[in-house]
Design a protein around this ligand. Structure first.
Ligand SMILES: [Zn+2]
Length: 590
C-alpha cells in the first residue's frame, strides 16, 4: 500500500489538464477543458477535464476517473505502476515499495530480463550452433534476432537455474517467474531445455514470458511460460511494444509469433499476434488504443478461418476498422513472404477485402449458385448485409456487381435494399423512442436484473445524487450516516464507493475522487466521474440530501416493507415527499 499522504501530494503536484493535454489536444471551456476522447474515436469533442475535482469524463464512451485512472488506461499500467509514472513526471521520489506483491513483481521482471540475456548469450556460444542454424533456416537476419531478443535455452536441467541463482534470485522469485519448476523430490529444474526461445514483452518493453520451440525430439513442440503475476495471456499482445512505435496505424494481426517476426523483417512493423489461442475482448481493447485499422491475417486452414470470424465479431463493437486478408495458396504469412516476397504481400495488403466482401464470400459457400433458389437466397443474404452494414456508395458498388453477376437489374437490387433499410430504420426509430421515454439521465442508469420500473429508477437517481454530493461536499456525510447502508445501493459501482467512503470516514481519511482510486474498481471510478461530471455546477444543500434520503427510503418502503406499513402511514409518507418536492419546484421557479 502506498501511503495516502503520498497520493495526496502526488495529486496536488499533478496538473491533470497538462497531463491529459499531452495525449489529446484540450481547449479551455470556462472552468473545464474539452477535447477529442483518447479512448474512442470521435470527430466532435465529448471528453471533458475538470481541474476543480481533478477528474475527467467522456460523455461519448463513458471513460472517466482521476489522473491515476487516466495513466492506467492510456498506458495500460496497474495502479502502483501508474503512481510511479506520475511520480517521476512530477519529480517526486518514488513511493517506498513496501507492498510485497509489487516487490516480487519487479524482481520477476528483472529476472526475466536476465533470463532473456542469458538465452541470447547461450545462442551465441558454441553450444548454440543448432539454434543459430534454426533461426537462419527460418530466414531471420542477425538484426531481426537481436530486435526480438531471440535466444536458446541450453540442453540442461540446471544451467539456467544455476545462472539465475548466481545473479542473486531467490527460490520464491525463480518459481514465480515460471522459468523454473519444482520436482516431486523438491529440486528446482529448468522448464525450457534445448529450445529456441522467443521472449514475450509487455507494451512497455518488459520481458514477461517466453515461448520455446523444441530443437530435439522432446514433446511438446512448443511450450510457453505459464501465467504468472506479470504475465496474463489474455492481456498480452506479442510485438505490440514494437508496433506502437510505428508511424502506421494499420496493424496486421497474425496467428503465430514467427509470422510476426518474419513480417517485421520484411518491413511490416505493425504485425502483432494475440498470445494464447483465441483473441480476447481485452486484447481488442488494447489494440484499439493504438490501431485505427486491423488487418486480420490468420492461417488459411479451418481453424484460422474460425478465428477470423470470431475476431470480426469482437472488433464489431470497437472503433477499429477491420479488414480481412486472404492468403491465396500459402498456409500463413511467414510462408507467403518467403515464397513471394514483401512486395507481393504489400499488394495483398492493399487489396485486403473488407468485411463485407469476406462475409459475402462466406454466403457464397453456403449456397449452390448453379441452382435458381441458391441464387435467390444468396442475393437475399447479401441485400440484408448491405442494408445493415454498407455505406450508400458501397451499396451502389455491390448492387452493380451483383446485377452483372446474376443478370438482375441493378435498380431492382437497389429498390430491395431500400425496402430492407426502411424496415430496419423503423425498428431503430422505435428503439430511440423507447429510450427517450425513459428520459434523460435515467436512461443511462443500468439497474441490476430483477429490479425495474420507474420506482427503482427514481431510487437509483437519488443514490447517484447522494454520492455526488458526498464527493463534492464531504461534510454532508454527517447527515447521511446511519440513514442509508451500502447494501441499499442498487448499482454495484455505487455500493462499492459508498462502502469505501464510510470506511474512510471511520479511519479519518479523505475520500475525494483521487484518493479513492487506489481501492475502487475501474467501473466504479468511471461511474463516479460520470456523476461528478453531471453535477459539475451543482452545489448541494441539506434539503437536497433529505430529499434523496426520502426518495431512497420510499423506494425501499414499497419494495421491501410495504406490507408491514399501514395504508395511512404509507399515504402520509408519500404526501410528505410530494410536499417537499413542490416546495423545491416552487423555489426553482422563483
Ligand atoms: Zn470517449
Amino acid at each position: 500500500m502506498i501511503p495516502q499522504t503520498y497520493i495526496q501530494e502526488l495529486i496536488a503536484r499533478t496538473n491533470i489538464e497538462e497531463l491529459i493535454g499531452s495525449y489529446t489536444q484540450l481547449k479551455r471551456a470556462g472552468r473545464t477543458y474539452k477535447g477529442l476522447c483518447p479512448f474512442h474515436s470521435e470527430r466532435t469533442p465529448s471528453f471533458v477535464v475538470y481541474p476543480d475535482n481533478q477528474s475527467f469524463y467522456c460523455f461519448g464512451c463513458g471513460a472517466g476517473g482521476d489522473a491515476i485512472t487516466f495513466v492506467k488506461k492510456i498506458n495500460n499500467l496497474d495502479y502502483v505502476e501508474s503512481v510511479k509514472f506520475l511520480a517521476s513526471r512530477a519529480g517526486m521520489k518514488l513511493p517506498e515499495e513496501d507492498d510485497a506483491q509489487g516487490r516480487l513483481r519487479s524482481r520477476v521482471n528483472a529476472l526475466n530480463r536476465d533470463a532473456a540475456r542469458f538465452y541470447f548469450e547461450r545462442m551465441n556460444s558454441e553450444k548454440g550452433v543448432q539454434a543459430r542454424k534454426y533461426w537462419r533456416g527460418r530466414g531471420l537476419s542477425d538484426a531481426t534476432i537481436r530486435r526480438f531478443g531471440l535466444g536458446y535455452a541450453p540442453d540442461s536441467f540446471r544451467e539456467t537455474f544455476v545462472h539465475l541463482k548466481s545473479k542473486g534470485y531467490t527460490e520464491e522469485e525463480l518459481l514465480a517467474s515460471g522459468i523454473v519448476k519444482k520436482s516431486e523430490k523438491g529440486n528446482l529444474y529448468d522448464v525450457f531445455r534445448n529450445r529456441v526461445m522467443i521472449p514475450i514483452f509487455d507494451v512497455r518493453g518488459n520481458v514477461i514470458a517466453f515461448g520455446g520451440r523444441n530443437l530435439g525430439d522432446e514433446k511438446p513442440k512448443y511450450i510457453n511460460s505459464p501465467e504468472t503475476l506479470v504475465y496474463k495471456k489474455s492481456h498480452t499482445i506479442f510485438a505490440l511494444n514494437l508496433a506502437k512505435k510505428s508511424a502506421s496505424k494499420r496493424y496486421i494481426l497474425c496467428e503465430g509469433y514467427l509470422d510476426v517476426i518474419s513480417l517485421h523483417q520484411a518491413g511490416f512493423d505493425t504485425a502483432v499476434a494475440a498470445c494464447g489461442t483465441a483473441l480476447t475482448a481485452e486484447q481488442v481493447r488494447m489494440l484499439s488504443d493504438y490501431a485505427e485499422e486491423v488487418v486480420l491475417c490468420y492461417d488459411s486452414d479451418e481453424a484460422g478461418q474460425k478465428a477470423t470470424s470470431r475476431a470480426m465479431e469482437l472488433f464489431e463493437s470497437s472503433t477499429v476498422k477491420v479488414t480481412v486478408l486472404t492468403l491465396p495458396n500459402e498456409k500463413d504469412p511467414d510462408e507467403f513472404i518467403k515464397r513471394r516476397g514483401a512486395a507481393a504481400f504489400e499488394q495483398l495488403l492493399e487489396g485486403a477485402g473488407n468485411t463485407l466482401e469476406y462475409k459475402m464470400a462466406k454466403f457464397r459457400e453456403k449456397y449452390d449458385l448453379r441452382q435458381p433458389d441458391g441464387q435467390v437466397n444468396y442475393l437475399k443474404d447479401c441485400i440484408e448485409l448491405l442494408a445493415l452494414a454498407a455505406t450508400p456508395t458501397e451499396q451502389d458498388v455491390y448492387a452493380g456487381r451483383l446485377s452483372k453477376e446474376f443478370g438482375v437489374e441493378k435498380r431492382n437490387i437497389l429498390a430491395q435494399l431500400e425496402n430492407v433499410s426502411r424496415i430496419n430504420g423503423r425498428r431503430r426509430q422505435r428503439q430511440i423512442q423507447r429510450d427517450l421515454l425513459k428520459e434523460g439521465a435515467a436512461a443511462s442508469i443500468r439497474l441490476p436484473v430483477g429490479i425495474s420500473g420507474e420506482q427503482a429508477l427514481g431510487v437509483a437517481m437519488a443514490q447517484q445524487q447522494l454520492v455526488a454530493a458526498l464527493l463534492k461536499q464531504p461534510e454532508l456525510l454527517a447527515q447521511v450516516k446511519g440513514k442509508v447502508a451500502p447494501d441499499d445501493f442498487l448499482q454495484p459501482e455505487l455500493k462499492e464507493a459508498f462502502a469505501l467512503i464510510l470506511q474512510r470516514e471511520q479511519d479519518e481519511l479523505p475520500f475525494d475522487l483521487p484518493t479513492l482510486s487506489g481501492e475502487l474498481s475501474e467501473a466504479s471510478m468511471a461511474q463516479l466521474s460520470k456523476i461528478l461530471a453531471q453535477n459539475y455546477e451543482m452545489t448541494f444543500a441539506q434539503e437536497d440530501i433529505q430529499l434523496y434520503l426520502d426518495r431512497i427510503q420510499a423506494g425501499q418502503t414499497t419494495s421491501k416493507a410495504a406490507a408491514e406499513m399501514q395504508p395511512d402511514q404509507l399515504a402520509e409518507y408519500f404526501e410528505r415527499i410530494k410536499k417537499r418536492k413542490q416546495t423545491i419546484e416552487l423555489s426553482e421557479q422563483e
